[in-house]
Write a protein that binds this ligand. Structure first.
Ligand code: GDP
Ligand code: MG
Length: 440
């Protein structure tokens, strides 16, 4: 795939603008990549349609060629669908917080119970595990072993009582959790190899009995295309508030993540990537997006292209700045740039007098920047290019036009002159007015 894709990308690279045909041919490759990652077909269709829509309306960035632009859009869209930022566990106001695990047999529920318990314990919680898988003879013992490794107590039915009732066990476990002051109770449930009604009913009964704060659907990333039907069955049969992907240490490309997320809309919260208890982490949408696309190289290329572009822009501004040709337009851009990227801000911080400017930029929040922008937009081009001409009556006009007080306009203009003077002095002292001095 990668070779094929690379050649398409190269074809695109020579052109200046993205045509519909370009988007279509890249979309075809993306489609193949998704299918190879085992994303379910209907999900692929929807996703591709969405991408085409966005790519057609997209502005072409000066930093990237059109091909990179398309891949960037695809990647962003994937990250967005996979959940943007990771969602955290919802803790109950009144402990214990009850977390119930559901999923097919072998999906990794019991292992996850131990991982989650250990993870919570490391965050100063006091979890307890509950064995509600009474289906398989050794399931309880397995959870007990896992609990011991995690250093967490396990609530299980007394042996020798025949097959217990999982609903009853769950109910008693919550009481015990309260009594022993466990703030989190994690309920491990039974699973079957395939979806069946009895299993769903049992899970639903446990759910009704304990009213969990979170039901986590545990799904094996290797399940591939079946992820959609399984997720739908658990959504309809039990309902869940979050998803955990397991066995990500395998060679699965992770298409299941996209499928489950797309079909159920529930967030993927954790990722399990090994048999050991510590092989566990919060879910990272960006990593998963890159894994599904299988274009790590292309993505890092895009990232560095954008970085270089930012640096070039900053350097251009710095050169103007040190030559005393700084305009208000540049000033605003510079403010935005200092906030956005570390390098120039850090560099300023190391210079005498520069620390203040860096701090000033760091203290400006987006709202403030919006106001600065409004003020500068309220100036005529001549005023922006040569702020010296901005006299009192012009200031009043600008303030009026941009909806701020005159004092704010004064403040901006004064700060601008200070910054320009400071930069000229620094340039004189350190001699980085000319060539590429700014880029380290
Ligand atoms: P359950 O039936 O849903 O409770 O699943 P188990 O927790 O018993 O796990 C089934 C098998 O998968 C066991 O052999 C686990 O060791 C293994 N397993 C679980 N999670 C992972 C994982 O993230 N990576 C790998 N490689 N194996 C896992
Ligand atoms: Mg189990």
């Amino acid at each position: 795939l990668s070779d094929r894709l690379t050649s398409v990308l190269q074809n695109l690279r020579s052109k200046g603008r993205l045509t519909d045909a370009d988007i279509d041919s890249t979309a075809r490759e993306i489609r193949i990549a998704l299918l190879e990652a085992d994303v379910a077909l209907p999900v692929v269709r929807d996703f591709i349609a969405q991408i085409k829509q966005r790519a057609k309306g997209a502005e072409v960035s000066a930093a990237l060629n059109p091909a990179q632009q398309v891949v960037k859009i695809v990647n962003e869209e994937l990250i967005g669908i996979l959940g943007g930022e990771t969602r955290r566990l919802q803790f109950a106001k009144q402990p214990p917080t009850v977390i119930m695990l559901a999923g097919l047999q072998g999906s990794g529920k019991t292992t996850l119970a131990g991982k989650l318990a250990r993870w919570l314990r490391n965050q100063n919680h006091a979890p307890m595990l509950v064995a509600c898988d009474l289906q398989r003879p050794n399931a309880v013992t397995q959870l007990q072993v896992v609990g011991e490794r995690a250093g967490v107590p396990v609530f299980a039915p007394e042996p020798g009582n025949g097959v217990g009732d999982p609903v009853d066990v769950a109910r008693r476990a919550i009481e015990e959790g309260k009594r022993a002051q466990h703030d989190v109770v994690i309920i491990d449930t039974a699973g079957r190899l395939g979806v069946d009604e009895e299993l769903m009913k049992q899970a639903a009964d446990i759910r009704d009995a304990v009213q969990p704060d979170e039901v986590l659907f545990v799904v094996d990333a290797m399940i591939g295309q079946d992820a959609v039907t399984t997720a739908e069955a658990f959504r309809d049969g039990v309902g869940f508030s979050g998803v955990v992907l397991t066995k990500l240490d395998g060679d699965a490309r992770g298409g299941a993540a996209l499928s489950v997320r797309h079909v159920t809309g529930q967030p993927i919260m954790f990722a399990s990537n090994g048999e050991k208890l510590e092989d566990f982490d919060a879910f990272h949408p960006d990593r998963m997006a890159s894994r599904i696309l299988g274009m790590g190289d292309v993505l890092s290329l895009i990232e560095s292209a954008e970085k270089v572009f930012d640096q070039e822009q900053a350097q251009q501004a710095a050169e103007k700045l040190t030559a005393g040709q700084l305009t208000l337009e540049d000033f605003l851009e510079q403010m935005l740039a200092v906030r956005k990227m570390g390098p120039i801000g850090n560099l300023l911080g190391m210079l005498p007098g520069g620390a203040q400017m860096k701090d000033a930029a760091a203290n400006i929040d987006d709202k403030h920047l919006d106001r600065l922008q409004a003020i500068i937009r309220g100036m005529t081009p001549a005023e922006r290019a040569d702020p010296k001409i901005i006299n009192a009556s012009r200031r009043a006009r600008i303030a009026n036009g941009s909806g701020v007080r005159v004092a704010e306009v004064n403040d901006l203009v004064n700060r601008f002159f200070e910054a320009r003077k400071m930069m000229q002095q620094m340039a004189g002292r350190f001699g980085f007015g000319g060539g590429g001095g700014m880029s380290r």
